[in-house]
Structures are given as structure tokens and as C-alpha cells.
Design a protein around this ligand. Sequence first.
Ligand code: HEC
Ligand code: HEC
Length: 416
Amino acid sequence: MRDRGNQSGLGVAAAGLLVFAALAGAAPAPAGDAGVVAAGASPPRAYRWVALPRVVPSPPENPANPAKLALGRRLFNDPRLSRDGTVSCASCHDVARGAGDDARPTAVGVGRQRGARNTPTVWNAGFLSVLFWDGRAASLEAQAQAPILNPVEMGLPSGHEAVRRVSAVAAYRTAFRDAFGDGRISFARIAQAIAAYERSLVTADAPYDRFVRGDAGALDAAQLRGMALFESIGCVRCHAGPMFSDASALTGGNPLRIFPANHASMAAPLGLLADRGANRATAGPGVWRVPSLRNVALTAPYFHNGAVADLHQAVRLMAATQLDVALAGEAPRAHYWLSATQVLRRRGRAQLSARDVDDIVAFLHALSGEALCARVRAREPGPASVAIDTETGPAGAHRCGVVTPATQRTIGDQEP
Ligand code: HEC
Ligand code: HEC
């Protein structure tokens, strides 16, 4: 919990709300909530903003070396690992030309089968403590075997089949010897090589990183204001630390949280209640791994089912469902009926204006790695393809570290 801070004010209010939810029997008590409540009780400390390390540490059982990394890259791009030879990891995680994802709402695998979940980026995945939307894989090594065997992704019948196919290629036999010291090819080693390669996929060159490393001009005024809001309204309660996710060893928070925690009626029309992630009980809301927000401006559409294309909408949904923040046009106060105790509570809520949302989105753009962002943007055919950012303002604003022209905005501006 090193990087945890300022939990006063809204933190306490939100903790109260979760208590309410439990009293009303609306929510199970998944592991996710203990962290929130406990954090609210700790003494307030200034939140520390930290840059992303440039290197992902390797686990002792899978030390990295250049030969292993090269082998992993080759395997990652090899469609041999799919049933009909058409799909590689890179088909969905486009690292060479895309943002490490597929830009689709949900993934498409062998035989053009559509999966149920959105493809997360593999960039910086090495810093995540648990993988998949529901956090069911504990390491990149464990994760890498799953898609090869998943019938709607790559669809091989067994790990043996993967080994058979890879062993048939002479160049692979040499590459395994160079990477592992002997030429034995196993399904576990295939996954180890891929994981070693994935650990090399780091974007530590975001404007945010430059800013916290000392370049005071790396963020513009709107982005700074968005950064302050991201802290003050409580996004950092879950998206903390340099990965902007509690599902990271860099932060040590609680990786799983209830979603949606409030106002489920906003998430229902988006189909976000159908899949309940890590909540395996028969009732209650979904429980999801807190995703990283690194490169989030480049990885639309959003959420586990890819139902939200616009980052502004994603921010509004998060503010309302995860923090019970009032949106523009909504009453900043709310009443809560605690049915179990027959108590009516009234309390103030933080409120976000349309400009606040713009500023948070501007800040999220500052989390895009500059080299990655420039490459992804260069491939976009024209302004039409950046429709997801129409509310951000003039073309080019907040993209790829481009700082908008000076505005009158400063931190601490009051809304009229
Ligand atoms: C058909 C598309 C598809 C293919 C092929 C595919 N993936 Fe994925 N990948 C996904 C989807 C969808 C998820 C999320 C699934 C979930 O959470 O249930 C995912 C999740 C991941 C994650 C976790 C990221 C995170 O933030 O938790 C990693 C790492 C990953 N894939 C690596 C790989 C590797 C390595 C391969 C090849 C061995 C591969 N993927 C093949 C679609 C694909
Ligand atoms: C209580 C924990 C919590 C808080 C607070 C929270 N989030 Fe989230 N956030 C999550 C979880 C969990 C998800 C994944 C939801 C899903 O798709 O199932 C998520 C998803 C997101 C996504 C979509 C990421 C993607 O790749 O699809 C964005 C963007 C986001 N959050 C931004 C924010 C912002 C901005 C705030 C503050 C207004 C915030 N979050 C507050 C837990 C939280």
C-alpha cells in the first residue's frame, strides 16, 4: 500500500456506501472490498505519483536472455500455434502495428469465432499481478498456455500438439537450445519464452512519466487539472501506482473489485451485468480485476465486453458506478434507504462537470507511451478514425504527448 494516499473525505463516504450495500444485501463481500474499507481507516497521507520502471523483473524460474526473448517474439507471431494455422497471439494482440490489442469490442479467433470479452493490450502486462479481466491467471507463464488451447481463440487440442508443431521446425530446435541451454521443447517452455518476450513490452515514455521524472512542461494545464481530479475524486483508490491499477506488484493493492459498485442501471443497457467475472456465486454484482490505464487512450473500446467506444463515457461510467460521483445535470446530493436498519441517509456527493470529464480524459491521454502512440496514430487513415476523441477538442489535442496551446486553465480553477 506504499503509494496509497489521501483517503479522507470522499474515501470515507465511499466506504460508507459500501457498508450500505452490504447491509442492504445487494452485494456479496468479495475480497475486493476489504481493501477499500481498510484503506479508509488509515491516516491520510499525500498520494505519491510514480513513473513506470523501464524494466520488468523476471521471475527466478524464468530468467530472461536475448535468445529467449527472440524465441518468444517468434512464437508470439507464429500462427502454427492455432488449429488451422491462421491465428497467432499477434492476430489479437497487434504489437507491431497496433496498441497490443485488436481494436474490436470482443476478440475473433480461429474460424472467425467471436469471444465474449474484449482483448486487453499486452503492453506493460508484465507489471500486472494477475491477468485476464477476472484475474484468473497469476503469471504471464500461466496465462500464455490458455489462448493456445482455448477453442475460440487458437484452438489446439493439447499442449502436446503445440510441442509437436514447434518441434517440426529445425530453426525452433536451435532457438530452444540457445534460449534454455538444451534443446528440449515443452509446452511450459513455449509459454516461458512467450512470457519473457512479453516482459520486454514496456511503455515508460508517456508524458506522465516524463512529468514525474522532472519535465514540468510534459503535461498541459488541462492534463494537470485532470491528474488532480483523478486523485481527489478517488480514481486512485483502485487505479493506483505507476500502472494505474491495484493489480500490480508495484502498488500492492487489492487487484479485484466490485463493478458496478453503484448505479448498476447505468451499466445494464451496455450489457455489463451479464458476465460477472470473478464472482462465481449465483448472485451479486460482478467482480473484476482493476485494469491498467496505461495506453488506455489507444485501446478503445472499453470494459470487459468492449461495449463503450468513447473514453469520456468510460470515465463518466466509472465516476458514477465506482465512486458514486454526480455527473453534470445530476443532483449532487443523494438519499440512501438502508432497508435493513430502516434508516434514511442523505449526504453530499462530489460532482463532475463536463469539463472535469474532459480534463480527466486529457490526463488519460498523457498515459500513452509516446513511441507507441505515434506509431498507432500514424496508421490511422484520417480524422474520421479518431471519432472516439471528438469531445477532446481541436484535432491533435492531447494526442501522443502533443500539448495543447496554452489555455487559461490552471489547477484549482473553480467551476462557474
Ligand atoms: C482470439 C484473440 C486472442 C488470441 C489469439 C490471443 N489472445 Fe490474449 N487475450 C484475448 C482476450 C479476449 C483476453 C481477455 C480474456 C479474458 O480476460 O477472459 C486476452 C488476455 C491476454 C492477456 C492478459 C492481459 C491482461 O491485461 O490481463 C495476455 C498477457 C495475453 N492475452 C497474451 C496472449 C498470448 C501470449 C497469446 C498467444 C499465445 C494470446 N494472448 C492470444 C484475446 C486473444
Ligand atoms: C472501486 C474501484 C475503481 C474505481 C474507484 C475506479 N475504477 Fe476504473 N475500473 C475498475 C474496474 C474493476 C474496471 C474494470 C471493469 C470491467 O470492465 O469489468 C475499471 C475500468 C476502467 C476503465 C476501462 C479500462 C479498459 O481498458 O477498458 C477506465 C477508462 C477506468 N476504469 C477509469 C477510471 C477513472 C477515470 C476513475 C475515476 C473517475 C475510475 N476508473 C475509478 C475499478 C475502479
